[in-house]
Design a protein around this ligand. Structure first.
Ligand code: TTP
Ligand code: MG
Length: 406
């Protein structure tokens, strides 16, 4: 039986959340990412703004030069996460075979469920309608017999699109499109293929498999399959996250140790708070640094015993940071901290000594207050410094790039 797979992606997601909240912004060029005087890039641009050439990833300063009348919004990641949760909840009512890919994007296996609506096309129209009525977002949907073709179809249909590719038409649908439209073809692959005289997906599909393998190794085979409209990947409902991390890019690259420590402490507290909320303990702590030349390193330490306190996370992160700072003198552009190797907590409680137990209690008390009054209601000495630098809201400090506090 051929499958009916949908790829659903919201149009200008971050901007749509802002427009749903403030209807005055509708129909206008709107940019989420920050004020134009801030360093940083466009995260999301409304389709009106895109007619001026604005797009995600463009420096804010360039965006404001091209379209000075655009409304620039800082953005709030927790708000987008909540909107995403509501979007996914609607999709889950249509099929339990739902695979969220990012905040505003998901695959849905509609096979069998479409008969309830008459057709997959009609089912997609119902999905679009509910998203519009309940959330005031516009969804674009691609329908095909597999993931890769459904994704290309939804992209192509934007904005406010719905494109269905009939079973058997996958290859001919893809053939005329430029190779950059094919998932898996990044900038580098595109350059190599262009230098070989390959510009369309059809031309790529005609390349001998052996040639693709010699240029791209194992991923050559995948390119060959995708270009021919073949993809048997299943829809994978999410399993529990295996790690928790937070990171931020600084407004200006820095070598200031106490500022780096304060930021690390703050990010570590956010990681710890989520870890405890999930009832987990971690065995591994990872530090991530990006230097001003964009070199990125991660350094990991495995704990003797799994832990979930802010102190453990920070102490371990700080040790890793000190070692890294001793080795590399470049200013730092981004810092992040994360935990992994997660295990259920609770069982080990009896094994902990009393000082660890009181730290646990303290952390739980902090979490309760923060849940009630917001993250910045309680500050440790170290993170206080951040108050002067980042503006705060109820959810915590507003970090430079909303998508990075994920
Ligand atoms: P996208 O779906 O790629 O972009 P979009 O929803 O803004 O626009 P469209 O789908 O109509 O082309 O990404 C979803 C959100 O992810 C986007 O609204 C903001 C965020 N994002 C970033 O923060 N940085 C980025 O570079 C990109 C591409 C997206
Ligand atoms: Mg989108």
């Amino acid at each position: 039986m051929t499958r009916r797979i949908m790829h659903i992606d919201l149009d200008a997601f971050f901007v749509s959340v802002e427009q749903a909240e403030n209807p005055k912004l509708q129909g206008k060029p709107v940019v989420v990412g920050g004020k134009p005087d801030r360093r940083g890039v466009v995260a999301s641009a409304s389709y009106e703004a895109r007619t001026f050439g604005l797009h995600a990833g463009m420096p804010l300063a360039t965006a404001s030069r091209l379209c000075p009348q655009a409304v620039f919004i800082e953005g709030s990641f927790p708000k987008y996460r909540e909107a995403s949760r509501r979007f996914m909840a609607i999709l889950a009512e249509f099929s339990p075979y739902l695979e969220p890919v990012s905040l505003d994007e998901a695959y849905l296996d509609a096979t069998g469920f479409e008969s309830l609506y008459g057709s997959a096309h009609q089912m997609a129209l119902n999905i679009k309608q509910r998203i519009r009525d309940e959330l005031r977002f516009i969804a674009s949907i691609g329908i095909a017999s597999n993931k890769v073709v459904a994704k290309v179809a939804s992209e192509l249909s934007k904005p406010d699109g719905l494109v269905e590719v009939a079973a058997g038409d996958e290859r001919s649908f893809l053939a005329p499109l430029p190779i950059a439209k094919l998932p898996g073809v990044g900038k580098k692959t595109e350059r190599i293929l262009n230098s070989l005289g390959i510009h369309t997906i059809g031309e790529l599909s005609n390349m001998p498999l052996s040639a693709l393998k010699s240029h791209f190794g194992a991923s050559g085979e995948l390119l060959h399959r995708y270009a021919n409209g073949i993809d048997d990947r299943e829809i994978e409902p999410p399993s529990e996250a295996k790690s928790i991390s937070r990171e931020t890019t600084f407004g200006q690259d820095t070598r200031d140790r106490s500022f780096l420590k304060a930021t690390l402490r703050y990010l570590g507290e956010r990681v710890g708070s989520e870890l405890r909320q999930r009832g987990k303990q971690a065995r591994c702590v990872t530090l991530k640094l990006r230097y001003s030349d964009f070199t990125t390193i991660t350094r990991r330490h495995t704990l003797g015993q799994a832990g979930d306190t802010d102190q453990t996370i920070f102490d371990t992160g700080l040790k890793l940071l000190k070692t890294a700072l001793a080795r590399e003198k470049q200013p730092i552009r981004l810092i992040g901290i994360g935990v992994s190797s997660l295990a259920e907590s609770g069982r080990q409680l009896a094994l902990l000594d009393s000082s660890a137990q009181s730290l646990e209690k303290l952390n739980r008390a902090i979490d309760r207050i923060r849940n009630k009054y917001g993250f910045t209601a309680i500050q440790t000495g170290r993170t206080m410094r951040l108050k002067d630098i980042f503006p705060t809201d109820k959810e915590g400090y507003t970090l430079q790039t909303p998508s990075l506090s994920r």
